[in-house]
Every structure is written in structure tokens, then in C-alpha cells.
Design a protein around this ligand. Sequence first.
Ligand code: ATP
Ligand code: MG
Length: 278
Amino acid sequence: MDEVLKPNVDSARIESVLHQLDPDVDRPAHVIATEGLNLHFGSKSILSGVNMDFTRGTITALIGPTGSGKSTFLRTLNRMNDRVVGFRHEGDVRLDGCSIWDPGEDLLTLRRRVGMLFQRPNPFPMSIKDNVVSGVRAHRIAKGKQLDVVAEIRLREVGLWDAVKDRLGDSPYRLSGGQQQLLCLARALAVGPEVLLLDEPTSALDPLSTESVEELLRRLTPALSLIVVTHNLGQARRVSDVTMFFHDGRLVEYGPTDQVFERPRESDTARYVNGLMG
Ligand SMILES: Nc1ncnc2c1ncn2[C@@H]1O[C@H](COP(=O)(O)OP(=O)(O)OP(=O)(O)O)[C@@H](O)[C@H]1O
Ligand SMILES: [Mg+2]
């Protein structure tokens, strides 16, 4: 075979392992959608009437003033609010057309399909390698030696492999904050989510670590749908395709990020993206 046409051995190996682990890796665009979603805590309405479609391969930024319901909305998408005292919802969230509250929906499967990364890195108290593969083990996606391959693939994917390959058995707490966040991202990716929810994922990180996470988010699409809450408007502009602006208990406006920032339809959006609203 012509030297130039030889497949790259590493990427061929990685692809084949990914296919074994996840036969649906070539599946068509999935959609998570909200339909007339109203969210409340006790008697207080947090958001009402949110209708939104999220497609595979899209990064959506959720922006809005503090207390506008961004985290509440995000956490609803994988039922993280279900057990919060006083939380109620009306309307629906549909993953691939099925309600996430359907009695037949298994919560563990939902959380596998719709993963989450929090503001502060939260590695588990176990080795670096075990952090990456904990979900893979729990979901019985892989076992034994396969786990080593999964750990390597995911750590390479997030750019951490060289930094940790000689200390996979060590505690993650000696890694820097940025490295810990990348480790948590590797852990979230390891179970093959279709949607990843990120709540201010870089607000605890320095500018360089922020840049690595942002680059990584861009690389993760088109395989994944990412929904990112951010207070950093520069970040929303840099990484997202679509922006949603929440204010005053509702989704005021959404659209392509360039449009929302450069030609907002609503005056509140204009005030917010121009820094005139806190
Ligand atoms: N567990 C809870 N019980 C009662 N009210 C809550 C609870 N969590 C959040 N809220 C209220 O819901 C509203 C929306 O909060 P949320 O955390 O979603 O806002 P946010 O847009 O993420 O804000 P921030 O930008 O500060 O993170 C706020 O008024 C908050 O006080
Ligand atoms: Mg929040």
C-alpha cells in the first residue's frame, strides 16, 4: 500500500476500540428538546415556557444575570433537580423523542447519555486511572485490560496523558485545578455521553487552563451536543454556535451566537451582552 494511504495505526486502534465500546458511535444527530418547560421552587416560578431544541454537534451557551435560572435549567436536563426539596416542573424534556421522566427511563442510563461537568473539579477519592474508568466499570462498558485502553484514550483525548501516564495510580488531588477539571471531563466522556452539560466549567481555572478546556470543547463537537452555562461572555462568543439568554424568569432570546451578540432582537439582550446589565 502506498505509504501515504496507510491508516494511522493509533487512530485506527482508537476508532476500533470506540466502536467496540459504543456501537452507536455513528448514530445520526440526536436531539434533546424542552417543550413548554416551567420550573419552580416551591411557590416561586424560576423559568416558564422554555421551548428549545439542542442538536448533536452544537455548542449552546446559556447566559443571563445571576439568579436567572441557568443552573436550574441545566440541572433539569438530566434530572439533577428531581430530589431537590420544593422543585417542580411542568412541560417536558425529550431525549430522542422520549420523555426523560418516562417511568420506563432508567436514571443511570439517562445520566450516562446526558453527562455533567460542574464548576469546581470534583475528582473522586480514588486513583487517576480509576477516576477515568469508574463510570465505565459501573456501566459494564468495559472490563479488565480494556479499562487501561479506555483510560489512555480518554486521557489522550483531553490532553492529560503525558502529564499523568507515569502516575496513573496516584491520587488526583495533587494535580492542578485545571488538570483536575480535565480529568473530570475525561471521566464524563468515558461513558460515551450524547449530551454534556457544563455549569461554568472554567470559572475556577486560570486563563491557560481555560483555553485548553475551550479548545477541547470545540474538538468534542460534532460527536456531542454541549450545553455550557457561562458568565464569561467572551467565552460564549468563542466557543458556542447558539446562545440562549435567560432573564426575568424566561428565555428572552436564542439564536446563532453571532446574531445574539451582534444583532440582538430584544433590548434586554442588547443591554446584557453590552455589559449594561449585571
Ligand atoms: N434549591 C433551591 N431551593 C430554592 N430556590 C432555589 C434553589 N436553587 C436555586 N434557587 C433559586 O432559583 C433561582 C435560579 O437559580 P439558579 O441557580 O438557577 O440561577 P443561575 O442563573 O444559575 O445563577 P448564577 O449565575 O448565580 O449561578 C434563584 O432565585 C435561586 O435563589
Ligand atoms: Mg448557576
